[in-house]
Ligand binder design. Structure first.
Ligand SMILES: [Zn+2]
Length: 404
């Protein structure tokens, strides 16, 4: 499915920011309460029968159910009837806190993440509206359930065809932001695979490589921008917190942050259009962005915004009637596009693919993109010819790598 996130800098009135702060604080209390409840339940069950009454200050009846999401939601609904503070916050927003806690436990069990922690004052930084109102954006205002219209600074408009699935309100030092999770509202009609096939490989060195031996460089702008952002943040840290100058500096940070995010989107859209103009079908590697982001490549991967780029590419393909498909990425950089020999793992520093079997040489990322296009063609049932037969893709013209 096609998803994107758009970010808006909010300009709430002072009473609206008070409401935001209040909601965050109530969410924090709910988080801590629910976490305490879960911790107590586990503790009451993990200790020995004899030691239990000595070690624990509390004893939980043996038949009380494990406080999972459903159980905690039920008690939250009951508590809301008598607790006036809980009543002041939208019920679904509070339920999302419990859901987030459930997720924290699941990732602890399944992925070995640490035990969820209690949150100190000010440490709850966002809350989520899982089902926004029908009309989310009205002019330069965003319509939030039970809070109403909140002004935002003008940004990119939501691309057509998209609906807002969720709204997350995030508090940063530079103010409040709304993160809109967008999804394409139409089911994507199956464009038949047709026309010229192009494979792409996303990388860290270059932004992407195509099977046609085109390399798209990562815009230098983003490296400079990170540096500038850091220096702006340094200015903030030298001001007295809360002072007029501090606020001014914060505003600059927020504005620049938005500028980077908009520029990145522009770059992604331009690149997507550029690719769509040269092909009838585009195949991309299905990278597990989450897995990549966890590893050591983390910073670069997130910086490149590969996930966002693939969504935008899919969207532009849909708009331009270009067939789009993600294919298994595994081993694309270890296979020779000409003879399909498994060439073994290449260290990241080795930029050239050089096949020991057939002698084929190409830029490493271009070779990977060529394997991607071959896999894509195979997946849609097109006969794939090896490069040596010169049909599956055009023979590469070396632009950036050493001559053959
Ligand atoms: Zn080969």
């Amino acid at each position: 499915m096609l998803n994107m996130t758009y970010e808006y800098k909010l300009e709430p009135t002072s009473s609206q920011s008070q409401t935001f702060d209040h909601w965050l604080e109530v969410c924090r209390k709910v988080w801590n309460y629910a976490l305490r409840e879960r911790k107590d339940w586990y503790n009451s069950r993990s200790c020995g029968i004899n030691a239990c009454s000595l070690k624990s200050e509390y004893i939980i009846p043996a038949d009380s159910p494990r406080p999972n999401f459903a159980v905690q939601c039920k008690s939250l609904t009951t508590a809301r009837q008598s607790n006036s503070e809980l009543k002041t916050v939208h019920s679904q927003v509070l339920q999302q806190v419990l859901k987030q806690l459930e997720k924290a436990f699941t990732s602890m069990w399944e992925s070995g993440f640490g035990f969820p922690r209690f949150k100190k004052k000010g440490r709850m930084r966002s809350f989520l509206f899982p089902t926004p109102n029908k009309t989310v954006v009205i002019g330069n205002r965003i319509n939030l359930p039970s809070i109403g219209l909140v002004k935002f600074r003008d940004s990119r408009p939501i691309p057509d065809g998209f609906v807002v699935k969720q709204i997350r309100i995030v508090k940063r030092a530079s103010g409040y932001f709304a993160m809109l999770a967008l999804a394409l509202d139409v089911s994507i009609p199956t464009t038949m695979p047709h026309g010229y096939a192009l494979g792409i490989d996303l990388g860290l060195e270059k932004f992407l490589a195509t099977s046609d031996n085109e390399l798209v460089a990562r815009p230098k702008f983003f490296v400079d921008a990170q540096r500038k952002l850091k220096s702006l943040q340094k200015v903030v840290s030298r001001k007295r917190i809360g002072s007029k100058n501090w606020q001014k500096a914060q505003k600059k940070v927020a504005r620049y942050h938005q500028h980077i995010s908009d520029s990145r989107k522009d770059f992604h859209f331009k690149t997507a259009h550029h690719l769509c103009n040269q092909a009838g079908m585009i195949f991309a590697e299905d990278l597990n962005v989450k897995a990549m982001a966890k590893g050591m490549l983390c910073k670069h991967t997130l910086d490149g915004g590969f996930g966002q780029f693939l969504s935008i590419l899919e969207y532009v393909c849909f708009k331009k009637d270009v067939f789009f498909l993600k294919v298994d990425k595994n081993g694309t950089s270890q296979t020779c596009p000409q003879c399909q020999t498994h060439t073994g793992k290449k260290p990241l520093s080795l930029r050239i693919h050089q096949c020991p079997e057939c002698g084929y040489e190409a830029d490493r990322d271009v070779a990977a993109a060529q394997v991607v296009v071959q896999r894509g063609l195979a997946a849609v049932g097109h006969t794939v010819k090896m490069l040596s037969e010169g049909k599956a893709t055009r023979l590469p013209v070396m632009k950036e790598s050493p001559s053959l």
